[in-house]
Ligand binder design. Sequence first.
Ligand SMILES: [Zn+2]
Length: 245
Amino acid sequence: MEADARPVSKASAWREARNVAARARLDRALPDIFPPLVLRHALAQPLLPPTPRLAVESYWRVHVLRADRLARGLAARSGTPEGWTWRLGAAEEGLGMGFRVPPAPFRERAFARGKGHCCVCGQPVYRFGWHVDLWGAGAPNRNAGWHAACVAAWKLWNAASDHVRILKARQRHRCAETGKRLLRTAEVDHRVPLYRVWREHRTAPWPVLLGYWGLPNLQVVNRTAHAGKCALEAGERASHRRALP
Ligand SMILES: [Zn+2]
């Protein structure tokens, strides 16, 4: 065998064949107008998304920090719905079960904006879950209930630990509490703990509230520093409970 002869592994042959088929499918389904950033992203993926819809989802999954900013920006456009306050309660009513779930007025039956509107941010949804009417449709896509960006943001808000890698990189791998190098076991933390958001900030305008689940309030800290912060918070909660009548 020659020194530079590289045997094609079964896996890479499979991937190549799969990507050729996926590219053909994507090309067939791709409309004339499509966000160029999303297309560029799709074509660079090791496993090419075979539909425009999957290309959009893949884009926001990778650019989750951008999705977070966008979702909060769209929420700011909607504003706090008239008469809405953050309440905890029954899931059937669309209410969050506890203060760890970000408030979502447009998921509540009383405030839902109906088909074609995003239940996270309240704004109209267009083709492929996009947030801008690039196609000049003039009306939202009535089959859609989410923006692809808002789905990615919602996942970040509810399970920030799943995104520890990207959050670490954003801090240049430095612990937000101590400034030391982040270790492999570092953990995601809410700078302002969510119980305090509920206790002290729950009357803030809804789009501002969302910031407590998003980037402005997320940090990665080393485990020992995190344990110390959690212990302080637990003590603070206990003394607050004791002080209650
Ligand atoms: Zn949305």
